[in-house]
Ligand binder design. Sequence first.
Ligand code: R5P
Length: 313
Amino acid sequence: MLVIQLKSLQREFVKKLEFRCGQKEAFKFKNDNTFVKILETVREDDVFVVQTTMPPVDERIMELLITVDALKRASAKRITAVLPYYPYSRSDKKDQPRIPITAKLLADMLVTAGVDRVLTCDLHNPAIQGFMNIPSDQLKAKDILISYFKPIAQSGNVTVVATDAGSSKKAYKYAEELGTSIAMIDKRREGNDDRAIATHVIGEVKDNVCIIFDDEIDTGGSILETINVLKQNGATKIYAACTHGILSGPAIERVKNSNVEELVITNTVPLPPEKRIDKIRVLDISPLFGQAILKIYNGEGVGDLFEDKKMEF
Ligand code: R5P
């Protein structure tokens, strides 16, 4: 087995996986084209290419595709793209005229480049797995987040809050496992910009500690709106949690200045030092990826790493 890491910031993530890292060189020609060379033989190897996708996202996707092409042409036996965060996933349907479905486009590009299998985590929409005509495994950060919030949930009067109707099914699972009540925010987006508007709370949050769960926090607009609405409706303490802390643009300032007690994220997307603030706690998800990679390599089932023991939505 060979694990190849791409770009520097994810070294921490790959290092924690505790696998030997394959050597490669990558650089840009003066004309901005990327060149990749694998520096050891990969003939008949089971190769896992780990690509975390923080900005510059397009550049990282291109480097991944070029690396996979190089591995394929070097006779690797099987290539698994490990994408802790699957980028371009928020465009997953054609709900306006003349727009792309980038989640599907990326799936096609991975297959065209030569990817045989994808290992990812908490897709924005689980249907994205169906966009790939190759095997894919979707890990879930739920158990890691549940373990963290269990002691808080046991303190009583806790409500799990879904940021919108789309995330309510997931929130049900969290509430069920934490043994809390549930509430949902009526959230709308206007146009294609990043602005989210939260208006009402459906459910009871007055005098309650609220824990907001989302799949990702990007600009922090949705979470900020949610926090404000919960506060206006009498929540005492508010925690927020998500798998993918993208935290782009104004997100850090928004979190810093908000009424949130703590924002808990995982390291599917590395948090650069300049974005680390006291209010943000990062949980390490790399052991879960490490287990999945080993199981895939050994031809074992990975279902027990993401299967919901109770109801499935
Ligand atoms: C939306 O559908 C997602 O679940 C997240 O709520 C969204 O990606 C967060 O984006 P932002 O932080 O920019 O509001």
